[in-house]
Write a protein that binds this ligand. Structure first.
Ligand code: 5GP
Length: 114
């Protein structure tokens, strides 16, 4: 398991990020390269490199991420809806090897993705 990545450095406050939420299990911050008016990255503090590595042990943690995402969407005023995205590995477009959920909103989003 990879023990070093840019998101771990954000968790450890070794590099700055605009953190909008934190608890014992997860952290949310504004994406450095936003793809929508609201673009939040929500990460577990546990290192899970990709969605492929998710196990039954992670059920509560992943459920927690969804609950927090819904809370944040409400706080951020995304009343017209939003999109949650988890990119997985090369074909999914994942660039940071630490499982994360994108919370995107503030405009209509196209489908299908490119
Ligand atoms: P992925 O492409 O792996 O699904 O998403 C990684 C996301 O992390 C990208 O949207 C990228 O802009 C964002 N990101 C990468 N490095 C940093 C950083 O140092 N700070 C912040 N706030 N976001 C980052």
């Amino acid at each position: 398991m990879m023990t070093d990545n840019i998101f771990l450095k954000i968790i450890e406050k070794k590099i700055p990020a605009k953190i909008i939420y934190e608890d014992d299990l997860c952290l949310a911050f504004n994406d450095i390269n936003p793809q929508a008016p609201t673009h939040v990255v929500l990460i577990p503090k546990k290192v899970i490199p990709t969605h492929d590595e998710v196990t039954k042990e992670d059920k509560e943690l992943l459920g927690h991420l969804h609950v927090v995402a819904a809370q944040l969407a409400g706080q951020l005023g995304l009343t017209d809806g939003y999109r949650l995205v988890i990119n997985c590995k090369e074909h999914g477009g994942q660039t940071v090897p630490h499982l994360h959920m994108h919370l995107l909103g503030g405009r209509g989003l196209g489908w299908p993705p490119g």
